[in-house]
Ligand binder design. Structure first.
Ligand code: 5RP
Length: 230
């Protein structure tokens, strides 16, 4: 698995061109992209500015010497490279396993080309069968949001950190991990329904945001393809 993550993550970094503003995603696959980008900056003297999607990525990028920009300094982002927890044949995704869904979605929405890096285990026929859908909620509204999510047919758990402490996102919010029996039948409709619940900050459904998929197998083989026409 980690050979696949490394192969996909490193291959994606080859898409970065001199002068680009690059969205830097979050997770263990993107870590390899950051490492390869740092190599390219050193060896090829590539000039780029990165926009991190989490504090974790910000720290890693800084440690690797990747120049960073604040989101307010940036109007559009040329290319974002990010991971996913699940991706289907239409390139719709569940993201937020690492808790960075809100910043990842903000960055994706500003991005001209969103490139997703995954190992093949992340490719699914239907979203939400294996991986729960993360929903970021304002702590004050957690119970009210949870009831509404229950009414949509999901079983939810509050994401915990180290077993006994409620996890907080980089934005100070909480995450409800939501399981829909049989998976998510209509991801776009569910995203809209979740957006309508007061207290929901963002859901981990990413619909129509990915443009290119870089997927690798455990033997290190990499496949790259554009999103199919919708
Ligand atoms: C973080 C994310 C990640 O992109 C997703 O969890 C994939 O992570 P990994 O590459 O470690 O499997 O959405 O919020």
């Amino acid at each position: 698995m980690s050979r696949a993550k490394e192969a996909a993550g490193r291959a994606a970094a080859e898409h970065i061109r001199d002068g680009m503003t690059v969205g830097l995603g979050t997770g263990s696959t993107v870590r390899f992209t950051l490492e390869r980008l740092a190599e390219r900056i050193r060896v090829e003297r590539l000039v780029v500015r990165g926009v991190p999607t989490s504090l974790d990525t910000e720290h890693k990028a800084r440690a690797l010497g990747i120049p960073l920009a604040l989101l307010e300094e940036v109007e559009t982002i040329d290319l974002t490279i990010d991971g996913a927890d699940e991706i289907d044949a239409r390139f719709d995704m569940i993201k937020g396993g690492g808790g960075a869904l809100l910043r990842e979605k903000v960055v994706a929405a500003l991005t001209k080309r969103e490139l997703i890096v995954v190992d093949r285990s992340k490719m699914v026929e239907r979203l939400g069968v294996r991986f729960p859908l993360p929903v970021e909620v304002v702590p004050f509204a957690r119970a009210a949001v949870a009831r509404r999510i229950g009414a949509l047919g999901a079983a939810w758990t509050v994401r915990m950190r180290d077993g006994n402490e409620v996890a907080r996102t980089d934005n100070g919010n909480e995450i409800l991990d939501c399981r829909f029996p049989g998976g998510i039948a209509d991801a776009a409709a569910l995203e809209r329904a979740l957006d309508e619940i007061p207290g929901v900050v963002e859901s981990g459904l990413f619909i129509g945001l990915a443009h290119t998929l870089v997927v690798a197998d455990d033997d290190g083989r990499v496949e790259q393809r554009p999103r199919p026409a919708r």
